[in-house]
Design a protein around this ligand. Structure first.
Ligand SMILES: *[C@@H]1O[C@H](CO)[C@@H](O)[C@H](O)[C@H]1NC(C)=O
Ligand SMILES: *[C@@H]1O[C@H](CO)[C@@H](O)[C@H](O)[C@H]1NC(C)=O
Ligand SMILES: *[C@@H]1O[C@H](CO)[C@@H](O)[C@H](O)[C@H]1NC(C)=O
Length: 307
């Protein structure tokens, strides 16, 4: 009798534990995937008129979602300054560590990059496979770099002149490459070889000089690479860079698409396969750089890629 009772209790307990575990797993499965944001040049993680607002929109639309807006430095001022002056490769390492240490991201996350944040998050996808990025949404990111800083940001900034001077002084010198963020994705089509050899960031993540298989493999692990181009962008030159297009080498007038580029033809980054499998979504939206409505962001980005 006694034994029988014990067995009953054990069975009952094991039933309860299993049920509990089942419910817990179920609850975890239903938790919305976290979202990681990386802001653009001259911006910060948390301004209420920029990424703070985006964070709110996402949180309102996806109840319970964890949204992490990347901040480089100890405060908002440092964060803004670092978007110009902190070596990008160091930024990527730092953010990689930060994401890996964040327990809430361990089951993966979606990522949205704003302007230069787009190519920085692609570097995270390629160099930092854990935790796993699922969808990467690049809003006006410059995946083939830029050649020109016409408006130099939507906010007119005294830094703008300084940036130009540094880039004119020598974008591909070690001095500038290690200090100026925008130089690290400066792509001079008249000096393709210099670019490939000396670009400390972009040429590396685009596998220009060597093919890093790890980059290819890691990029393939994305579910979706969503590239949003702003049709009336006057800030990014050429705006086709937002879709991996760029000037044909040797001149700065004629453009080529991703599909026409050596990067694609030589399959240096595995984008061909992703493109053929429909993993790359080329979207465009009317308006200047990063000018989009809440309605567009909700219907196109949140509903299609974050839910
Ligand atoms: C390829 O990229 C990985 C990840 O960043 C890095 O550890 C490795 O050294 C790179 N390999 C080469 C040959 O550059
Ligand atoms: C924006 O670009 C689109 C597509 O190129 C064009 O049809 C439209 O007229 C442009 N709008 C403005 C205000 O320039
Ligand atoms: C976002 O889009 C969904 C689906 O169309 C809609 O139900 C929801 O009301 C929209 N949110 C806002 C704030 O408009």
């Amino acid at each position: 009798m006694y034994i029988f009772n014990n067995i009953t209790i054990v069975l009952l307990l094991s039933f309860l534990i299993n049920t509990y575990q089942y419910l817990r797993v179920d609850a975890l499965d239903n938790e919305p995937l976290p979202v990681v944001l990386w802001h653009g040049m001259g911006d910060s993680c948390c301004f209420s008129f920029s990424l703070g607002k985006i964070k709110n929109i996402i949180e309102n639309e996806i109840p319970g979602v964890y949204v992490k807006s990347i901040k480089i430095g100890n405060d908002v001022v440092e964060d803004v300054m670092n978007s110009y002056f902190k070596n990008v490769n160091e930024q990527i390492n730092e953010v990689c560590r930060d994401l890996s240490n964040d327990d809430k991201l361990k089951n993966g996350y979606n990522a949205i990059g704003f302007s230069q944040g787009g190519q920085f998050l692609r570097a995270i996808a390629q160099r930092c496979p854990t935790p796993q990025m699922k969808n990467l949404i690049s809003l006006g990111g410059q995946h083939q770099g830029v050649y020109g800083l016409p408006n130099c940001g939507s906010i007119h900034h005294p830094l703008c002149d300084y940036l130009r001077k540094m880039l004119n002084y020598g974008a591909y010198t070690k001095f500038v490459q290690s200090r100026l963020v925008q130089a690290e994705y400066w792509h001079d089509p008249l000096q393709e070889d210099e670019y490939k050899k000396n670009s400390a960031f972009l040429a590396d993540i685009n596998n220009e000089l060597i093919v890093n298989k790890t980059y290819k493999e890691n990029l393939q692990r994305l579910n979706r690479l969503v590239l949003v181009l702003f049709e009336n962008d006057t800030m990014v030159q050429p705006r086709e860079s937002e879709w991996f297009g760029f000037y044909k080498p040797g001149q700065s007038v004629e453009l080529q698409t991703l599909q026409q580029s050596q990067l694609y033809k030589e399959d240096r980054l595995g984008l061909n396969k992703m493109d053929n499998n429909g993993k790359i979504h080329f979207l465009s939206v009317m308006g200047n750089h990063l000018q989009f409505t809440n309605h567009w962001f909700n219907e196109t980005i949140i509903q299609n890629y974050l839910l």
